[in-house]
Design a protein around this ligand. Structure first.
Ligand SMILES: [Zn+2]
Length: 482
């Protein structure tokens, strides 16, 4: 009887908890995600260099031959696409440089990291999405880390100092150890984004076909090996999914009389006097704000002026580029073909390698690798757009994504098993378990009540019998035969 009571009480008390959403912070099966970006790592950089660690990662996980970044293929905008799943026109971080068309003020890449309004303009990156759903996140040097979003930021973050050496391999290893040991193991963070500024810097300075770039790719490869061994040392391998990708590629720039360079001031009929504001001398891209009534004049002067210069009115931009529907985008947009950059008054650019070009150009495509408990092994998947990385990461973290331009269908094939398509179905399973256990509890309880009542009746009758005993012998005989 005591045992029955215990079973009933336990079931009644604990069964309802099975129907409640499992606390994310104490779910041991919850997987962690590390997003790593090696700035400017072009999809084919492993083809002319031995990369044993990247090769091992592909064998142990998933590789895409390349991925397609958003346009402009520029560092801050394309990184923000990875963090939000939105095309650049939809997240609003349209350029590396913050600018003001009224004062003509411009801020370079690093200073723009600290212009909060430039980043925080309606879209929240994955750090915020995850934290609002009970997870904890961190970010180390990733573009966008310095800003807050609707008053929130990654719980743990580190922004590089103003004059930071992006190439120091010892610093890279220290950062890896910090993320794996302190952040994932000690602080138990769920998601971390980790950024390395190479091989972009080397690609710009020496060109993508240089021996210096190949050496830097070897350094990236060693770091990937170090990163995976650090995950192992910190006991993270079984529940950490690692995604390694980049923001854009790199292509060689032609100069020294090899080609006719694009210099706007040399173009017949074009004058800077017709502009309120311009953003050129920044690789292959440009944006112009003509004075009132001068748009057609500026446009007609530039359109067709150079065989490798593309000139578009904002509203006529090809929709495949997703670079027109935003107030920050200026009325005339320029970009050049690979090999060329756009100069303003005269050529001032010296980089041997550049990015920013059309995202259909193969040299602009970054690489992609993923490894971890959620990913299949030794699988090469079809190329996909980097807007799809955000919904993939949300899926791995089991959080609901914000509205975005990507879809899990683009990457579903790389996953070992599709966890239920939405979390409601997980709750449905829990609810089913609860109903089943409640029913069992109900049956046991009813049985207990029935037995209890039967025993009470039996006892009462037995007592009655004893009371009547001795009253009449006839009666005793009658009771006994009942
Ligand atoms: Zn970059």
């Amino acid at each position: 009887m005591v045992l029955l009571w215990t079973v009933c009480v336990c079931l009644c008390v604990f069964a309802p908890s099975l129907a409640m959403p499992v606390s994310r912070r104490h779910n041991p099966s919850r997987s962690k995600v590390l997003l790593v970006s090696f700035d400017g790592f072009r999809w084919d950089y492993d083809r002319d260099v031995d990369t044993p660690h990247l090769d091992a990662m592909a064998r142990d996980g998933v590789k895409a031959p390349y991925v397609t970044p958003a346009f402009f293929t520029m560092t801050s905008p394309t990184h923000f696409t990875i963090l939000t799943g939105k095309y650049i026109e939809n997240h609003g971080v349209i350029h590396n440089m913050w600018f003001n068309t009224i004062t003509s003020e411009k801020k370079p890449y690093y200073q723009t990291q600290f212009v909060n309004d430039w980043w925080d303009n309606g879209t929240v990156p994955i750090w915020i999405s995850a934290q609002r759903q009970g997870l904890t996140t961190g970010s180390l040097h990733f573009p966008g880390t310095a800003s807050t979003y609707q008053g929130e930021s990654a719980e743990v973050s580190e922004v590089e100092p103003r004059f930071y050496n992006y190439s120091n391999e010892t610093a890279w290893r220290n950062n890896v150890d910090k993320v794996m040991g302190d952040w994932f193991r000690e602080k138990d963070l769920d998601f971390v984004s980790l950024y390395f500024g190479e091989p972009d810097s080397t690609g710009h300075k020496y060109g993508p076909d240089s021996p210096q770039r190949r050496e830097m790719v070897k350094q990236v490869d060693r770091t990937v090996g170090y990163l995976r061994s650090s995950a192992e040392r910190n006991g993270l391998t079984n529940h950490l999914n690692i995604i390694i990708t980049a923001d854009h590629g790199m292509t060689t720039i032609f100069r020294n009389g090899l080609v006719e360079e694009i210099t706007l001031s040399k173009i017949k009929g074009f004058s800077f006097q017709d502009l309120v504001f311009h953003l050129v001398d920044y690789g292959p891209t440009g944006m112009l704000l003509p004075k009132e009534g001068r748009l057609e004049k500026v446009y007609n002067a530039l359109k067709g002026a150079h065989p490798h210069l593309h000139v578009y009115k904002k509203e006529e931009m090809p929709s495949r580029l997703h670079f027109k529907n935003n107030d920050r985008i200026l009325p005339i947009i320029l970009w050049s073909d690979p090999g060329y950059v756009i100069n303003g008054y005269f050529p001032v650019q010296v980089n041997k390698g550049e990015h920013g070009f059309d995202n259909e150009n193969m040299d602009m495509k970054p690489f992609f690798r993923a490894v971890g408990p959620a990913f299949r092994k030794n699988l090469e998947v079809e190329p996909f757009e980097t807007v799809n990385i955000y919904p993939l990461m949300c899926h791995l973290l089991d959080i609901t994504p914000e509205p975005n331009d990507g879809h899990l269908d683009a990457t579903r094939a790389m996953l070992i098993s599709s966890v239920p398509e939405d979390k409601n179905s997980v709750r449905d399973v829990h609810t089913g378990v609860f109903i089943g256990l409640a029913a069992v509890a109900g049956v046991i309880f009813s049985t207990f009540v029935f037995i209890f009542i039967s025993n009470v009746i039996k006892r009462r009758r037995s007592e009655q019998r004893n009371d009547n005993k001795g009253k009449t012998e006839e009666c005793q005989t009658k009771e006994a035969s009942f």
